[in-house]
Design a protein around this ligand. Structure first.
Ligand code: NDP
Length: 337
């Protein structure tokens, strides 16, 4: 097929979900825009898929202060095809993926059929992966991978179970699958015990009702967890810390259950427990490439499909409400076309 010339491209119009916040309130609407409405950047990408992460839910519903610019298309990740590039690393037709860097927060995001970004923010689509497959992983899967890599660097305690909290959510589901694939006995903590069959399919060997963690407890409980991924924070994290095994580590990445938690010094001074903070937004390029390579290797597209719901663009506002109420399961991929 003949590619479009620069003149034809500049006339192209596209649809974006735009949030506008100002003195007269907050508007969330689908808008048809010309390419000239996009911000400056050295790579123009035709977006195929974006995803719905917890942070996107907060951004669309306004339940959290995520957006730092207005008007803006949210969407903290996307996969698509390069249309124009002033970055020598990319040529028209190249498939690319983006997570983080403030895209969908400060910069025009993935809920847009076209977007323009800095070339250094993109990573090439890993070999053998489709654009959709990349977005079944998305920011949530990338973050889960960073958590697992951090725990691997620290070391797991042999013979002990590994805990994942918020297990039926996006980060949690991928973390369960990655840890199970690496050979760990994974305990999936969830507020939705009826998702047991789903979590076992991902590789969990046991299910724990999250109220067991979030309830009151002694400063230290019997050692149980040889490693943990916490996506929830709050009282759940307090409960996780009480039962971490000697010299174990918990990777902390989320706040879906609360930003503040209480603990005593005992897990740290009597058991040498380590808390590892994980952030996925500003990860240097080399680490990104390594994480994506491992994701491509460790997660079968079939398993990812089973944890994913693909939604049309028009359904995004309704799903945004659902994810902020813990009503979505696994990953939600948005087909923006
Ligand atoms: P999801 O909404 O898909 O998953 C969150 C899960 O947390 C829910 O499915 C639910 O799990 C649990 N949960 C939700 N509300 C509560 C609550 N009130 N109390 C206890 N548990 C709750 O979100 P994501 O997977 O997209 O994100 C998970 C977390 O990780 C979020 O806080 C997000 O901001 C954070 N995050 C951080 C990143 C970083 O760079 N540090 C990057 C990506 C995400 P269940 O139903 O199993 O109980």
């Amino acid at each position: 097929m003949r590619s479009k010339g620069a003149g034809e491209m500049s006339e192209e119009r596209f649809t974006a979900l735009v949030v506008e916040e100002g003195g007269d309130g907050r508007r969330v609407e689908f808008r048809e825009l010309p390419l000239s409405a996009l911000p400056a950047g050295d790579v123009l990408v035709k977006v195929a898929y974006s995803t719905l992460n917890y942070k996107d839910g907060l951004a669309i519903t306004g339940k959290g202060k995520i957006l730092r610019s207005s008007p803006l298309a949210p969407g903290i990740d996307f996969a698509g095809t390069v249309v124009e590039s002033a970055d020598p690393r990319y040529r028209p037709g190249d498939p690319v993926v983006l997570t983080g860097w403030g895209v969908g927060e400060r910069h025009w995001g993935g809920y847009s059929q076209y977007t323009r970004v800095k070339g250094e923010w993109l990573v090439p689509l890993p070999e053998g992966m489709s654009l959709k497959h990349a977005m079944t992983i998305g920011t949530a899967g990338f973050t889960a991978m960073l958590c697992v890599l951090a725990l691997e660097r620290h070391g797991f305690i042999p013979g002990r179970e590994v805990l994942v909290t918020g297990a039926a959510g996006g980060v949690g589901s991928v973390a369960v699958a990655l840890l199970a694939k690496a050979g760990h006995q994974v305990v999936a903590a969830t507020g939705r015990p009826h998702e047991e069959a789903y979590l076992r399919e991902l590789g969990a060997s046991a299910i724990l009702d999250r109220s067991v963690l979030s309830g009151p407890g002694r400063p230290l409980e019997s050692e149980r967890w040889g490693g943990a991924v916490d996506t929830v924070g709050g009282a759940v994290l307090s409960g996780v810390l009480r039962a971490m095994a000697m010299r174990s580590a918990v990777a902390i990445c989320g706040n879906a259950g609360g930003a503040e938690f209480t603990t005593s010094v005992y897990p740290f001074i009597l058991r040498g427990v380590t808390m590892i903070g994980v952030e996925s937004v500003m990860v240097p390029r080399e680490e990104r490439l390594a994480a994506w390579a491992r994701l491509a290797h460790d997660l079968s597209p079939d398993l990812l499909e089973r944890m994913t719901t693909v939604i049309p663009f028009a359904d995004l506002p309704a799903y945004a409400e659902q994810i902020t109420n813990a009503q979505t399961r696994g990953r939600v991929v948005v087909d923006v076309n």
